[in-house]
Design a protein around this ligand. Sequence first.
Ligand code: THU
Length: 143
Amino acid sequence: MDDELDALFEAAREAAASAYAPYSRYPVGAALRARSGRVHSGCNVENAAYPQGTCAEAGAIAAMALAGDREIAEVVVFGPGGDLATPCGGCRQKLREFAAPNTEIHVADSGGVRATFTLADLLPHSFGPDNLRDADPPKGGKP
Ligand code: THU
């Protein structure tokens, strides 16, 4: 691993240690390196009302936005092992907002990075900000 990826891996591993996952017992940490070079991380935070739980990626994206960054350069998602902790569908879309199709998303566990995907691998033909920008202006219809 290069030094930058190593640092991102460590940030994701540390974040997973703060996960609040009493229901699934599946702690996850996510770390994003922004274009600025800064690293932002988050963990999953579950809830007794199960659907209100949030994923690690969502926490990391919120931290990134709060810090003023808007472009994701690289991602590590750290899970507890076994099958890969690949981002869920909703998180793929959340990442899509701030990442490019070729942005790398590494999936890791305590053994290190297990797999690397691009965002386009995980979310082909995605819908993002450009789709809205490039749309034809609405014809008729009430606002
Ligand atoms: N989870 C994440 O935080 N990120 C992922 O990429 C996959 C799943 C969380 C949601 C839930 O708290 C737990 O893992 C089990 O699904």
